[in-house]
Write a protein that binds this ligand. Structure first.
Ligand code: IFM
Length: 459
């Protein structure tokens, strides 16, 4: 069967600043929480950091060339706040703005639509020292930063994303401690961080409306498909709660101006609820234009009264990626339906892709599993479009192997293989395959749609 996509479907790739740029001490850039965290011994695999990363800051033209060669119509990247305002607040750094302005021009020269994200986890360290996202003032500084960037790039950039995965900034940064700033078990603080992030999102949406004529804006949330590990009622109840923790908390307030009922009650009860100002929910639900969906996997939940929160995540029986995430392509379809149930907005899949143990052999990387992963997800996405869901684009995570946060450089997600010794980028088979999909605006495939990848030889 032929999977044909809508005529103006936006094929793209995605990256983020700290994961690829490097040049951390150049042209007046300030430090971000990720500079500090990655330089703290024991936090990152092999104590690696993003000081050089893929050196995209110096090689952006070459990288845009690669995107042009791939044929993408859009590029999702993130802007590093601490390049624009090194202290997060007042001292505008023209050189930082210039870098993104040149990047945008380069993209437009190749007819690639820029899709910048304003915040992909790299808070200026100076603001962290003043309470970070727990301090409501940070929201005002974010407003100023958004305004500045919209003013400078809004003549050429029409599509914007406010935040990347606020769940990760709050919970991985304050509960699991895997991410900067690295606090553990601080649920109350995580929720105040999440609330202020959502406020920052809403304020930024409003400014965009005022400052960028014809501008469109959304948020890129991580959408996890949460299922109970069994039919057991306790597991079902726990799964519902985890769904609210991961998904509801970041979608419902934007969609309908309120936090999920059940979970709010529970947080109230234990004294975790953030302080909510009179206008806050109105600000958070400022109407936006689209949902960005970052989809990778599903989560299986089992009730366990012994554990923090009364539940645990259990490994399922599907094949896993190198991140240990189950491959569940049907989830991309479920994620689209899910976010449109919160509010029926157009959707962009702002991230999807897989980490695998890619090997460079005789100058080639045959990453067949990645091709199959992307293809299987696109087949489910296609079904969603066929059923009438307004899905406008798909961004592969990611253009090239890069700094995968706490995993350092050990996980490879790219369509381009990065040789970290020479920084050469080498197209993997998936690059060539995706190029063909884009040029054909679809592909042929006769296999049956499968919910998840079964493990062929479990033993
Ligand atoms: O690399 C990350 C990205 O920064 C945010 N979403 C998930 C990706 C893979 O872990």
């Amino acid at each position: 069967m032929r999977y044909e996509f809508p005529k103006d479907f936006l094929w793209g790739v995605a990256t983020s600043a700290y994961q690829i740029e490097g040049a951390v001490d150049e042209d007046g850039r300030g430090k971000s929480i990720w500079d500090v965290f990655s330089h703290t011994p024991g936090k990152i695999h092999n104590d690696e950091n993003g000081d050089v990363a893929c050196d995209h800051y110096h090689r952006y033209k070459e990288d845009v060339e690669s995107m042009a060669e791939l044929g993408v119509k859009a590029y999702r990247f993130s802007i590093s706040w601490c390049r624009i305002f090194p202290d997060g607040k007042k001292n505008l750094n023209e050189k930082g703005l210039d870098f993104y302005s040149k990047l945008v021009d380069e993209l437009l020269k190749h007819e690639i639509e820029p899709f910048p994200t304003l915040y992909h986890w790299d808070l200026p360290q100076a603001l962290q020292e003043n309470g970070g996202w727990e301090n409501r003032e940070t929201v005002n500084w974010f407003e100023k930063y958004s305004y500045t960037v919209f003013k400078r790039l809004g003549d050429r950039v029409k599509n914007w994303i406010t935040l990347n995965e606020p769940f990760c900034s709050s919970f991985l940064g304050y509960v699991t401690g895997e991410h900067a700033p690295g606090y553990r078990n601080e649920v109350k603080r995580a929720l105040s961080v999440a609330h202020n992030l959502l406020l920052a999102h809403g304020k930024s949406v409003k400014i965009l409306r005022e400052e960028v004529r014809g501008g469109r804006i959304g948020i890129a949330n991580a959408v996890n498909i949460v299922s109970p590990a069994s039919e057991n009622e306790d597991d079902i109840r726990s799964a519902r709660m985890v769904d609210e923790i991961l998904n509801g908390w970041y979608h419902e307030p934007i969609a309908s101006g309120k936090y999920p009922d059940e979970l709010s009650k529970m947080y109230e009860f234990v004294g975790y609820m953030p302080e909510i100002g009179e206008e806050d929910m109105k600000i958070i639900s400022e109407p936006m234009d689209f949902w960005g969906v970052n989809y990778y996997s599903r989560v299986l939940v089992k009730s366990n009264p012994e554990k923090f929160g009364g539940f645990e995540w259990v490994g399922g029986d599907l094949e896993k990626t190198d991140m240990g995430w189950e491959v569940y392509p049907k989830g991309i379809y479920e994620a689209i339906v899910k976010v449109r149930n919160y509010k029926e907005l157009p959707v962009y899949i702002t991230e999807n892709g897989m980490a695998d143990r890619d090997e460079l052999v005789d100058g080639r990387v045959e990453d067949r599993r990645r091709i199959r992963y992307i293809k299987d997800h696109l087949r489910w996405l296609h079904k969603a479009i066929k059923e009438g869901h307004d899905v406008r684009g798909y961004f592969v995570w990611t253009l090239m192997d890069n700094f995968e946060w706490a995993h350092g450089y050990s996980k490879r997600f790219g369509l381009l293989y990065t040789d970290y010794r020479t920084l050469e980028r080498i197209p993997k088979s998936s690059f060539n395959w995706y190029k063909e999909v884009i040029s054909e605006n679809g592909f042929e495939d006769d296999e049956e749609l499968m919910d998840g990848w079964k493990i062929e030889n479990p033993n």
